[in-house]
Design a protein around this ligand. Sequence first.
Ligand code: ATP
Length: 588
Amino acid sequence: MLFSELSKYYEKLEGTSSRLSMIDILTEMFKMAKEGEVTPIVYMTQGSLAPSFKSLQMGLAEKFAAEAIGMSAGRSKEEVLKEYKKSGDMGLTAEEFAKKARIKRMKSEHFSVSDVFERMLKIAKTSGQGSQDTKIKHLVVLLSSSEPLDNKYLIRFALGQLRLGVGDATILEALSSAFTGSRDFKAELEDAYNKCGDLGKVGDLIARKGERGVKGLKVELFSPVRPALAERLPTSEQILEKMHGRCAVESKYDGLRAQLHIDRKNRRVEIFSRNLEVLTPMLPEIARAALHEVKADEAIIEGEAIAYNDSTGEFRPFQETIQRKRKHGIEEMSETMPLTLFAFDIMYLDGEDYLDRSYEERRRKLESIITPKGRIRPSDKIVATTAKEIDTYFENMVGDGLEGIVAKDLGARYVAGARKFSWIKLKRSYRGELSDTLDLVIVGYYLGRGQRAEFRFGGLLTAVYNEKRDMFETITRIGTGFSEKMMTELEQRLSRIKVKNRPARVDAVVDADFWVEPRFVITVRADEITKSPMHTCGKDSTDTGYALRFPRIISDGVRDDKSPEDATTTKEVIEMYGMQKRTRLGEK
Ligand code: ATP
């Protein structure tokens, strides 16, 4: 496929405000792709060059993009920057300059998608002295031999600002239609994606090997599994009932979720976060322990890394564990405050995929390859058959400063990438007045008024994720509780991802001063979930949805560990609303 054809699909995607037509456009686009092109097209459409765990992001600085645009159009960088100041969009500026320079240019070179992808890879990978010049040169080659519309998308891509608003589920649905003729195969594609965390690989599999190829995909080392998530219920009785009278109960540690991939023969360890990003450099003591302590040649195990004092039995607060996410002083910190990995699952061992084995079998295997006192040790666990046992265990855990418990279905497989009742969490915060916190996606923001005018920021419009519809549904505006520092930071981050119209995957009845690409997640606490016609979260046939009363942001800025699709879901809000009612009824 020519890149100029891809640009035209991007233009159509940008112009649509409906998710369904987005899928139609993507379907047609995938059908046009030649063998081997599906992977680069999938990555590029999501604005990247590789899955997140390969840590290969585009993100050229604007001044270099301006230089490349200038060179390709025979103009100065200053002229480009002047124009950019007016339009606020470097892609549009590139398109304009290319239009004006057109007559002077040679004939277009008709770059293929693969040509562009390869050059973009070179741009991303070039580093060290003189690398900026090399990057600019590659970009100039692409810009000066392409159409104006291509220039727009080339520049947006190079800057990491493509923002087509296409999510994972949308791509999966389109891949299903393009290569099987129906959207029904989406669930199997999603299964494959959950096993390898790589949408490009799934695209390539269905295009080359068809349905059988996708179904046969096995877990592989260094290709992270998308994590299983827990449902919530308010009481031990309900948990036990859901688990048919018998379940495992583990401590819920409040640290960093870590998935370890261990290849002992080649002395290679990689650690992935909940979001499938590479955590290895942040957890050197865990990576070292993986090679020395885990009795296996190859394994994928999962757990929670937390600062824990072995001699006092004391767990340190999350704020201390999270300090590891800094860039500097990590080795030192790994000595003064080493983390312990409380392992709670195993997905792969010495050539065998463990995802479909029962919890009991996985747990037994896990306990057989690590020791109870190691830096990597099994999470604490009991097997309960009465609600009282669960309650006592819960109280003990909370007494030890932990978050609560996670109950696990003894017979269940590892449900990758999904929130299912095979794991049920019960947290300290569900009891008493406070309900659980919510992770919300920012979809828009408001200008500051009155005292806040100087910040150009006056509040947020936020949404939850509806998995079934693959849409973001608004749930609340947040107008209070921001520190000055937070307002400045939010304005800076959000103004960079502003989009002209409401994104196709955002469902809203209220307006925002500025819409933004759904990208950033914040954690919010509220007094209550109420019914409201103002928001689209879970709206019913009378157009009444759910909203939050007295919402306040409690995360320190945006949560970099969660992607928009990891936000609280509509289904969870409805469940939380039900739990809230039940608790209140119980009180009467
Ligand atoms: P939360 O903010 O409540 O941790 P979450 O959306 O990040 O929610 P959930 O699926 O709701 O994730 O809860 C499971 C999380 O709890 C896991 O992501 C993991 O990091 C953590 N955790 C701590 N201890 C355990 C355990 N023993 N088993 C499973 N998960 C655990």
